[in-house]
Design a protein around this ligand. Sequence first.
Ligand SMILES: [Zn+2]
Length: 360
Amino acid sequence: MVFKQTRYLFLLSICLLTLQSFKHNNQKVGQAEICEWYNNKAGAVSISFDDAGYSQFEYAYPIMQKYGIKGTFSLVGEWTNDVPSYSSETDMFQIKKMCWDNIVELHKNGHEIAAHGYRHIKYGREDHKDSLILQMLQIKNLIESKTNAEVYTMHYPYSYTSTKIINATKEAGYLFGRTAGDSNNLSTPSNFFLLASVPILNSTQPSMKDIDTYVENAKGRWLILMYHHFFTDQSKEMTIMRHHKVTNTYSVLPELFDQQMEILHKSDCWIAPIAHVGKYTHERNNTGISTKYCGKSITVSTQTSLNTKVYDHALSIKIEIPWSKVKIEGSSSDGTYVVQNNTLIFNTMPGSTVKIRKVK
Ligand SMILES: [Zn+2]
């Protein structure tokens, strides 16, 4: 017993000494914090799509795959069938929509599938809340039955919403609601069910320069872009819209979309689906970190009040390290790392314990 106590005291004094020497060398060493955005990026951008038009699958999806960008695709229940099919609102010209196989492929490739109403009509501000919840569950359950994955995001049909519609969205089990608003969102949005987005009206509005500015302004913020169609210049859809002098075609030429994705790809922003950024934001705000130093290792623990079965996005942790090479275990990015400028960034799940050891 006496021997054990002595050993503990000895170990304790080593740890304290180590901590003191860290402090002596660099006041910042040992400090750990959760990065504002994943991988310590400067801002967040989400690419969102409405209506599940087939041109999204035909043109936007391969371009996004090329740049490794994942987006949020929302669909309308009654417009999505077993084969690609034409549909529209009453008296509007019909547009080809994706089929379930297309949706499942997007999901399997890491894109988020969101709800855009079972029908493409505004949720009624006068409807009883219970009726709204049922309508929202109808589309949520339909998508979940096809993809086998939880639906977290609602793109309100026509971006139309109200306090009652928001409350119904929450009660139906969604975590995020996207509306219009033509602006970006704060790093922590004041209401996750009123996420603002910037609508892409045609191939020139916004212009490439505007896109540059939006991305520049996304630093420290969360920008959501809202896309619809990607008709080619010679397509029958563009021909019809030109004939009718439609200005807001809600369609972008595929080659211009490619350039827009290139701008995003080259930016210092984290580009991820709405549910990923939203979850990260909640986790960042509801997770604490504690660090323990002993000899040549540091243990970093994250504690969260959130349900980690739902909030399952890895957090990026930035920590000051006095060693030049370390091995990380228990994180989402385990491995051996060379530490640059005494700073290490690693990813770990909320509610995890990570061991960082000095290695030669
Ligand atoms: Zn729509």
